[in-house]
Ligand binder design. Structure first.
Ligand SMILES: Nc1ncnc2c1ncn2[C@@H]1O[C@H](COP(=O)(O)OP(=O)(O)OP(=O)(O)O)[C@@H](O)[C@H]1O
Ligand SMILES: [Mg+2]
Length: 368
């Protein structure tokens, strides 16, 4: 597989953007302009193209330009060192309808779309990966497992269904639910748990190794350790533990252990990192984690990750800005960066690097 580049982007009716086109894009695109000019909206549009939704909200109606029926984002993906182009387009309308096309063929599943355009976002909410619940970090781990291990998505879908069914059964009969009624789902979850765990564990090991290398390069003097938690006890088979937890699960109406509870713990000096680190330091850890994902995608699939870096300069001092930009450059990802001042990322790139700059004003863009 050859890495693909989002070479051209058209955005229509996303927030204050009526219609813009960014052409002949390269690895690095900087969008600068005043507050409220539409910079983050362009990043949101790219996220819509890759995942059908914004990273700021799930409510598409707030993203669609006021008084317009739908928003449309279109992009051309070009395979590097080849003439092969994949046109990709998506429309989302305020009545909830969605239409996705790649190469003139309709795409029904978001997972198909996500494979075409792997996206990582680093914005002001980045710290949530550390501070948020275990789900945030499980989804983060699964992003990589999904891309690298193709059988994962099917196993995961089956697991999600089984857990839902078990929870529904636990709630259905309330105090009268018997272990026998959930047994079928216990077995399903048990059967799926090992293969899911193996895929995650194998990805995590590679991830951890790469992360340590990247973290060493950042040279922050902060100690960070990553631990993978598979979601149930290490010293007990899951089926036995599910049985043991039956009464507790019945009371709560949910399945308290299993691979759907897996996560990564991010530890600094023996404690959860977010309890100790400053906001800037947290952003540094999150950036390193997200850069590791792009590095692995590059290593194992020769794929380029798209990074949406919303106001990267904020919360980073000059030297951290530079170190993060260099790392992002080194993994050969495609970067879209926003900032208020045109020159706040000056000197962050290698001399020979080609950087495309666009000035964003009242929802329009001008190349400079
Ligand atoms: N649905 C909508 N329709 C029209 N305009 C909208 C809609 N939603 C938001 N806006 C406006 O679109 C503009 C785009 O905001 P955006 O967040 O992209 O700005 P920004 O350039 O990232 O600013 P900042 O530097 O403050 O982060 C804002 O002025 C906002 O008020
Ligand atoms: Mg913004």
């Amino acid at each position: 597989m050859h890495p693909t580049l989002l070479e051209c982007l058209t955005v229509q009716d996303v927030r204050n953007i009526e219609n813009i086109k960014l052409d002949q894009l390269t690895n690095i695109t900087i969008l600068y302009g005043e507050n409220g000019s539409g910079k983050t909206s362009i990043l949101e549009a790219i996220n819509i193209l890759g995942l059908s939704r914004s990273f700021r909200t799930n409510k598409i109606n707030t993203v669609i330009r006021k008084n317009r029926p739908e928003c449309i984002v279109f992009g051309n993906l070009r395979e590097e060192n080849s003439e092969r182009l994949t046109p990709l387009g998506i429309s989302r309308s305020s009545d909830g309808k969605r239409k996705i096309q790649a190469n003139q063929l309709e795409i029904k599943r978001i997972s198909e779309l996500a494979r075409l355009l792997p996206i990582q976002v680093i914005d002001a909410q980045a710290f949530k990966l550390l501070e948020g619940g275990p789900k945030e970090r499980r989804q983060f781990l699964d992003w990589g497992v999904f891309h690298v291990e193709h059988q994962f998505v099917l196993l995961w879908a089956k697991l999600e269904r089984s857990v839902k069914q078990r929870n529904a059964t636990l709630r259905q009969y309330k105090v009268n639910t018997t272990p026998l009624q959930v047994e079928i789902w216990d077995r399903e979850i048990y059967t799926l748990a090992e293969p899911i765990h193996r895929l995650r564990k194998s990805y995590f090991n590679r991830f951890n190794e790469r992360f340590c290398e990247i973290w060493r390069k950042i040279n922050s003097g902060i100690e960070i350790e990553l631990q993978y938690d598979k979601g149930w006890s290490v010293d007990q088979p899951l089926d036995a533990e599910l049985k043991q937890r039956f009464e507790l699960d019945k009371r709560r109406g949910l399945t308290s252990i299993g691979p759907h509870r897996a996560t990564i713990d991010i530890i600094s000096a023996g404690r959860p990192a977010h309890l100790i680190l400053s906001r800037g330091q947290q952003k540094l850890v999150v950036s390193a984690l997200k850069i590791t994902q792009g590095q692995l995608l590059r290593d194992y699939l020769s794929k380029k990750t798209i990074y949406l870096l919303d106001d990267l300069p904020s919360e980073f001092d000059k030297s951290n800005r530079k170190v993060i930009c260099r790392l992002l450059e080194d993994i050969d990802a495609q970067l879209f960066l926003t900032c208020v001042e045109a020159d706040s990322l000056k000197g962050c790139w290698k001399n020979e690097t080609q950087v495309k700059m666009f000035h964003v004003e009242h929802g329009t863009v001008t190349e400079v």
